[in-house]
Each structure stands twice: as structure tokens, then as C-alpha cells.
Design a binder for this molecule. Sequence first.
Ligand code: AP5
Length: 231
Amino acid sequence: VTTQPRKVVILCGPPGSGKGTQAPKIVDALGIPQLSTGDMLREAVARSTEVGLKAREVMAAGQLVSDDIVVRIIRDRVKADDCKKGFILDGFPRTVAQAGALDAMLQETSESVGLVVELQVPDVVLVERICGRWIHKASGRSYHTKFNPPKSYNGTSAPSAENMRDDETGEALTQRADDTKEALPKRLEGYHSETEPVLSHYRARGKCRVELVNANQAMEDVWKDMQKVLA
Ligand code: AP5
């Protein structure tokens, strides 16, 4: 019996570039799950697991969690049944060492990364996006006070847990511990120094497509451009 190689898509981009906003649409379009290392780590922090206790401070400061930890998380996660047809990696690999570990992991089953998409947004735009973001923890739905407000928010009063409610459940939205003006420069610096070289890593191998999408435009237009590179 020959099995089809899995579709492996890497979605990368700086903090606030829209990975979490676009990923659910890609999930629907390709029928494969989104694996977000950020979401998995935040869940571990919330449950105070061994990994969560190690990651909590590092994440709040806007720094990267160790390669060992995230590689182990992904190695386990891609074995799950829902990854049989493939998966979208959101926020992984974030270092060249993680990319090497991913390549080796896929090589074991004669597979490889098929597509890398980078969402491009200038750093100056990201501060407003990050500081206005509110999330619904249970579903991961992401809102923005200005660009994507929930129905409960009138756009003028100060945003709070009272007036920022999830559209579907009505539950209170929250802000992330690392969505601060203090942590953002660290996160951006980490992206430029550690994660951008991952794109060169895949370009140099010449084995997979590396596509750039302009994410400094309305969400619907980002999605239109995204569909072109997924085709
Ligand atoms: P992670 O959760 O991956 O966060 P991130 O990469 O910093 O990205 P964000 O989730 O902040 O942004 P996003 O691109 O998803 O933007 P969103 O769509 O929400 O990682 C968090 C931390 O975990 C890391 O700092 C690190 O510590 C650790 N970690 C995770 N993975 C790791 C790894 N592999 N190795 C080591 N450590 C790891 O959009 C942002 C806002 O803008 C939203 O409010 C949205 O509504 C709005 N918005 C989106 N698109 C648009 C648009 N086109 N126009 C206007 N507004 C928009």
C-alpha cells in the first residue's frame, strides 16, 4: 500500500503579522490542522505543566523557549491522527536548529516541507496590532479593538473584560501576557535574528517553495493573496 506524503506547510511572520488570523482559513481550505506552538505553550502555562513552568517567564519576556522543548512538542503532535493528511505549522520552526530538527523528523518517513509562506508587515505597524489584540482563550479567536472589534465593543470606551466579549460564546476576552510595548521589541528582534534565517534555510535547499505575502493590507486582501500562493 502506498501512502501519500503529507502536506507540510510552514506559516511564518513576525508577531502580529496575522498568522493566527489567516491560519483558520487555511485549515478550511486545505483540510489539515493548524499546529501553533504558541497556543500549545500557552496551554501548558495555563495548566502549569512542567513545560509550562519552564516557559512562563521566557514567553512573558518575549524570548524564545528552548529548541528542545518545542521540537519535542511538535514531534509528539504530528503523530496524532488528525495529521495524517498533513499540517500547517504556525510559529514553528523559529530557529534554523528547529528547521533542521523538523527536516530530520520528516526525513524519517521520506517526507519534507512543501511550502513556506511568510506574512510580511513592517515593524512599525505591528505595535498597534499587538497592543489592540484581545483573544478568546478557549477557541483562540483573535479580535482587535480597531481592526476587528467584537460585536460587544462600541469602539469608543476603554476596552475591558466587560465590553470585550467573544462573538460566539459571549465569554470575556483577555490580553496575552507578552502583548506589551516592553516585550514586543524583544519578540521582533528574535524574529529578525533567529527566524528570518529559516527562510534562507529553505530557499537554499531549493526543495520547497518559499512565498512572501503582503500582510500589510486588509485581512480579506491578505487572504486573497494567500489563496494564490496556496493554489
Ligand atoms: P506565538 O503565539 O507564535 O506568537 P507570535 O509569533 O509572536 O505571533 P502572534 O500570535 O503574536 O501574532 P499573529 O501573527 O498570530 O497575529 P494575529 O493573527 O493574532 O508565540 C508566542 C511566544 O511563544 C513566543 O514569543 C515564544 O516565547 C514562544 N514560542 C512559540 N513558538 C515557539 C518556537 N517555535 N520556538 C521557541 N519559542 C516559541 O494578529 C494580531 C492582531 O492584529 C489581531 O488583533 C488581529 O485581529 C489583527 N490583525 C491581523 N491581521 C490584520 C490585518 N491584515 N489588518 C489589521 N489587523 C490585523
